[in-house]
Design a protein around this ligand. Structure first.
Ligand SMILES: C[S@@+](CC[C@H](N)C(=O)[O-])C[C@H]1O[C@@H](n2cnc3c(N)ncnc32)[C@H](O)[C@@H]1O
Length: 395
């Protein structure tokens, strides 16, 4: 018997699904969702070797470049290809969300909820050897795992990782910073990143960790930067300088991903894990009324607002969640559009061939196990229109 058909969903989770119009059979209909892997560009020749190692075929997805499916029970973590950083596990729907950003080499991209980092890895792969990627996350241990992932896949070179609250994060891409004239010439500049921090710095970090689990309002800590990320040679004041509100339209990011924190109810594998973690944990983490109703949706809206604020004019933002509820998806998008005249919802051009359906709001997309044979994912793509003079904030 497969794992999902054994699941006995608790009463209150069934109620949550019913209230949100979600069919519970997606969790109990057997293992219809394959596992997906992405092959790092340049390792195409390794497919045969991987197949013989895992003893099954890697089925190439014809709708998403670089993606392959394998049966759900097949583990990749012991394979040489995984250990040597040739493949990583990432659901095809997640790959579609990244692909909707249409990243080009040379872009400055921002991932506002980056950890543990599979989407950030794909973004960096798409950038190639031009541009930069900035990952932000509020959870220190998750962001540290993200750093490990970037290093494992050799993708650290052009990236920066900030421990910060994505609703207030303000650091622009370094390479577009206007010249800073009033920096103190004697102040130290960032040298090459090393995992060995000076004793004084480590002591300060340990103290900060002990006193607060989450970054305080406005607190931003750079936990990693690569050689080509634009950080080396900058002074702290230059790196952390936030721009005037209207300047982000010119000096902001070209592409922003807001893969927002959510109830994860669309992630079948995540829900399966509660069988081991205990269903009371699901109650606390997923069903808590406070979290699902008000706090979580306002967090999502605030992440979307801030991601859009940091976006360059004509830039693209993708908002995604792995929840299947309307409250965390279309409702957030509709409210954001209603308050933001410079945001335009965009058709996702490449989606013509994707096995997904339209969301309740036209132009938004929904992936789910029965339609797409992927995990559940909602995707909306926005463009930042030029600000009309009258709308510009006079500071
Ligand atoms: C859905 S996960 C992101 C998955 C990630 N994009 C990936 O592909 O691996 C949501 C993330 O949002 C982070 N998060 C929650 N609140 C946040 C906030 N206020 N600012 C930034 N990140 C936040 C969580 O720590 C979590 O890592």
């Amino acid at each position: 018997m497969d794992e999902t058909s054994k699941l006995q969903l608790p009463e209150n989770f069934l109620k949550f699904l019913e209230a949100n119009g979600i069919d519970p059979s997606i969790y109990t209909n057997g293992d219809s969702v394959p596992r997906y892997v992405r092959l790092k560009p340049g390792f195409e020749d390794a497919v045969k070797e991987i197949q013989s190692e895992i003893n099954c075929k890697l089925e190439k997805l014809n709708w998403l470049a670089g993606f392959y499916s394998i049966p759900p029970h097949v583990q990749i973590s012991r394979t040489k290809a995984y250990q040597q950083g040739m493949i990583y596990g990432i659901d095809a729907a997640s790959g579609a969300a990244v692909s909707a950003l249409a990243i080009s080499p040379g872009d400055h991209v921002l991932d506002l909820c980056a950890a543990p980092g599979a989407k950030l890895c794909m973004m960096l792969d798409l950038l190639g050897d031009k541009g930069t990627a900035t990952g932000v996350d509020v959870a220190r241990h998750r962001l540290a795992a993200c750093r490990t992932m970037l290093l494992k896949y050799g993708l650290g070179e052009r990236s920066r990782l900030f421990l910060a609250d994505g609703t207030t994060f303000s650091v622009p891409p370094t390479t577009t910073l206007p010249c800073e004239s009033n920096v103190d010439d004697h102040e130290d500049t960032f040298k090459q990143w090393t995992s060995r921090r000076p004793y004084k710095e480590r002591k300060q970090e340990a103290k900060a960790r002990k006193n607060s689990v989450l970054p305080q309002n406005g607190q931003t800590e750079l936990i990693f930067y690569g050689q080509g990320s634009g950080v080396i040679g900058l002074k702290k004041k230059q790196l952390y300088r936030s721009l005037d509100q209207n300047d982000y339209a010119y000096c902001g990011y070209d592409k922003v991903l807001v893969d927002a924190e959510c109830t994860h109810d669309g992630s079948i594998k995540h829900i399966q894990k509660f069988e081991q973690w205990g269903w009371t944990t699901l109650e606390r983490r997923v069903l808590d009324a406070e979290r699902t109703d008000i706090n979580l949706t306002s967090l999502q809206l605030n992440l979307l607002r801030n991601g859009f604020r940091l976006l360059k004019e004509a830039g693209t933002l993708v908002y995604s969640t792995c929840s299947l509820t309307h409250a965390q998806n279309e409702d957030v998008v509709d409210q954001f559009l209603a308050e933001n005249s410079s945001a335009e919802l965009q058709e996702i051009e490449t989606a013509k061939d994707w096995p997904c359906r339209s969301g309740r709001t036209p132009k938004t997309l929904r992936f789910d196990p029965s339609t797409s044979a992927t995990s559940g994912l909602f995707v909306a793509k926005f463009k930042k229109l030029p600000l009309k003079e009258a709308e510009k904030i006079v500071l």
